[in-house]
Design a binder for this molecule. Structure first.
Ligand SMILES: Cc1cc2nc3c(=O)[nH]c(=O)nc-3n(C[C@H](O)[C@H](O)[C@H](O)COP(=O)(O)OP(=O)(O)OC[C@H]3O[C@@H](n4cnc5c(N)ncnc54)[C@H](O)[C@@H]3O)c2cc1C
Length: 610
């Protein structure tokens, strides 16, 4: 009997048993191969892997994490966002994290945009965040806390175990992913077969690279040089808890207070471009960093005269990328394994944890028969892509609108081309800021504009570019075309303010997907929303079946009179009765801005940017 056949018979036999079982199989010439089985095997025990594993284990699943390193292990990326705080709360880790003495992060300061004046983005100014602050953490300590929490939940964590291969159901390249193969430091080979494989291996994306295609963002081929200091002077004011970012000729610097960390008190790094490869190859990372620092006066002041370097200089490639499928037959990719964005907005760890959570919800929903595998994978991948695209667009915009630096300098030249068709998210937001349309108070706008306002006012807008595509002109036309309040005049044409869609949302209480109907503002390229809302579900404004029934009839052509007629026919009733029944439902929809009324003489609906 062949090796492969023996193994599959055994696996099929134990396939339904929810416990980890190991069995050694002798193979010709290979020594012993340990084969085992579980519900979910996760590659990598960083924030994405540990989060996903803990949620799944808490839901009763048998989970194995296979991690190459031994924790605590070093990782760059200390500045976190409030969007991951609810996960720490779910894991009862808030007190433990607080006890580590990590500095509280209350916002960010940028020396970037119109001039040299620093400006702030404060979490306390943002009413939509789930928590008023986050932390700047020592990642070695923080990531270990998360991994230990997974172990507490019963996750079987194998450290010092290097995953090399993906196992599939057959020889075809799109065959179902069924497990992974890893080797231990002692050289033993193991196979873990599972119903789902989750790749959380970070940038190496060890499974992702074998089952999906990576797509790089050509504008963001960056490299980072970083180190840690003690005795830095610091900001000496209310900016004490901020991540501080200063642009310079060579790229930009970060300053992150990480007091009490095992690395030093301050993390400082330079994000520069691959275009300087020859130069930093020649003079070395330290000299390159130090020369760039001469062009960053705010950073020099923050370091002060007594700062002492506590670590060697490290370099890390910092390219932005995504993949064409972050979920598929038998697999999910979460965190850096799926996509990576520039560290400017400190999104990495939060996105990784939210993606880990989202993955656990999808797997659980499939297990519970709530969604099919294909539906769950589509929900997950769609959200990931939107989150990636919107944040990427915003970052392009952010780089292109930095009027502080010489646009002909090598680093900035490569990044200052703002192509409006690429940056629709930023462009739309801009249009709304300058021309808020009074008759179009879509519920998404408040939140989205709020986020943008904090940045947009500080950047140098290429006004001429903007006006080409927006703008005042179209917005005025749109304003003129719609009634201010809904009238239900028989001759007016009601119009859906967005697109009515059926999708899934995450039911946070039960950690499951639930089907929803809702109105989405722009189904193709919605304007900026927070990364978390995209990873946790579509930006749909939920409607009831009764509301959806009315909205479905608004096709942009029917007048109220036509719609009443349709309802009267459907319900076998008269128009007056139907109208009375519809009134309260319509009032609720109108209050949420989910439909507009186009004046009879009005021009057709105009997309602000398309
Ligand atoms: C220069 C720079 C600055 C950054 N700054 C910030 C910041 O301020 N804030 C922020 O939130 N994010 C920041 N990030 C991003 C952040 O570090 C990552 O997004 C985050 O670590 C992603 O978590 P993860 O769990 O996906 O991957 P990781 O944290 O990379 O974890 C992946 C794990 O997989 C393991 N692994 C890899 N290969 C294998 C294998 N073959 N077999 C088994 N295990 C394997 C690794 O050992 C690792 O432990 C920064 C990134 C860079 C490059």
């Amino acid at each position: 009997m062949s090796h492969f056949l023996r193994r599959s018979i055994w696996l099929r036999t134990i396939g339904m048993v929810r416990e980890v079982r190991t069995r050694a199989i002798s193979t010709e010439g290979e020594g012993h191969l340990n084969v085992e089985c579980c519900d979910v095997v996760i590659v990598g025990g960083g924030p994405a892997g540990a989060t996903c594993a803990t949620y799944l284990a808490d839901l009763g699943k048998k989970v194995i994490i296979v991690e190459k390193e031994h924790f605590p292990r070093h990782c760059v990326g200390e500045s976190l966002l409030p969007s991951m705080m609810p996960i720490l709360d779910d894991f009862d880790l808030l007190e433990k994290v607080e006890a580590c003495g990590f500095p509280k992060k209350t916002g960010g300061t940028f020396i970037w945009g119109k001039n040299d004046e620093p400006w702030d983005v404060l979490f306390s100014n943002n009413p939509f965040l789930p928590h008023p602050y986050a932390y700047h953490v020592d990642r070695a300590v923080f990531d270990k806390l998360l991994l230990d929490r997974a172990i507490e939940s019963g996750v079987d964590v194998r450290q010092g175990a290097n995953v090399k291969d993906v196992l599939r159901d057959g020889p075809e390249s799109d065959a179902r992913v069924t497990g992974i193969r890893y080797t231990t430091e002692e050289g033993d080979s193991h196979e873990v077969h599972a119903r789902f494989v989750v790749d959380c291996s970070g940038r190496p994306s060890v499974i992702g690279r074998q089952v999906t295609n990576r797509e790089y963002d050509d504008k963001m081929r960056q490299v980072a040089f970083y180190t840690y200091f003690n005795n830095a002077r610091g900001p000496q004011d209310e900016r004490e808890g901020h991540v501080i970012i200063e642009s310079c000729k060579w790229g930009w610097f970060w300053y992150i207070p990480v007091h009490g960390s095992t690395m030093g008190d301050v993390s400082m790094g330079l994000v520069s471009g691959q275009e300087f490869k020859d130069e930093y190859g020649q003079i070395g990372k330290q000299a390159f960093f130090e020369r760039a620092l001469e062009d960053a006066p705010y950073m020099q002041k923050l370091l002060g005269p007594d700062a002492e370097r506590a670590q060697e200089f490290r370099a890390v490639v910092d390219w932005a990328y995504t993949c064409d499928r972050s979920a598929g037959d038998g697999f999910y990719l979460a965190g850096d394994s799926a996509a990576f964005l520039d560290p400017m907005l400190s999104t990495g760890v939060s996105v990784a944890m939210l993606a880990g959570y989202s993955t656990s919800v999808c797997i659980h929903s499939v297990d519970e028969g709530i969604a099919t595998e294909a539906e769950a994978a589509e929900f997950y991948h769609g959200n990931y892509q939107r989150m990636y695209e919107i944040t990427r667009d915003f970052l392009h915009y952010f780089y292109a609108c930095n009027g502080r630096e010489d646009k002909d300098a090598i680093f900035w030249k490569a990044r200052n081309t703002l192509q409006m068709d690429e940056s629709i998210a930023a462009c739309q937001a801009f249009c709304f800021l300058v021309n808020t349309v009074p008759a179009n108070p879509h519920p998404a706008l408040d939140k989205q504009i709020h986020m943008y306002l904090q940045f947009m006012d500080q950047l140098e807008h290429p006004l001429a570019e903007m006006e080409k595509v927006d703008g005042k002109h179209q917005a005025q036309k749109k304003r003129d075309a719609y009634n201010e309040v809904h009238s239900m005049d028989l001759d007016t044409i009601p119009e859906l303010n967005g697109a009515l869609e059926s999708s899934w949302a995450i039911d946070g209480e039960n950690h499951r997907l639930r089907p929803v109907k809702g109105v989405e503002y722009d189904s193709n390229r919605p304007i900026f929303s927070s990364t978390s809302s995209w990873l946790l579900g579509r930006n749909l404004h939920e409607v009831s079946d009764e509301e959806a029934d009315i909205l479905e009839k608004m096709d942009g052509k029917r007048t109220w009179s036509d719609i009443l007629e349709l309802f009267a026919l459907e319900r076998g009733s008269d128009r007056a009765t139907v109208r009375a029944q519809m009134q309260p439902v319509l009032a609720a929809l109108s209050e949420r801005g989910l439909f507009l009324e186009r004046k009879r003489s009005g021009t057709p609906s105009i997309a602000l940017a398309s």
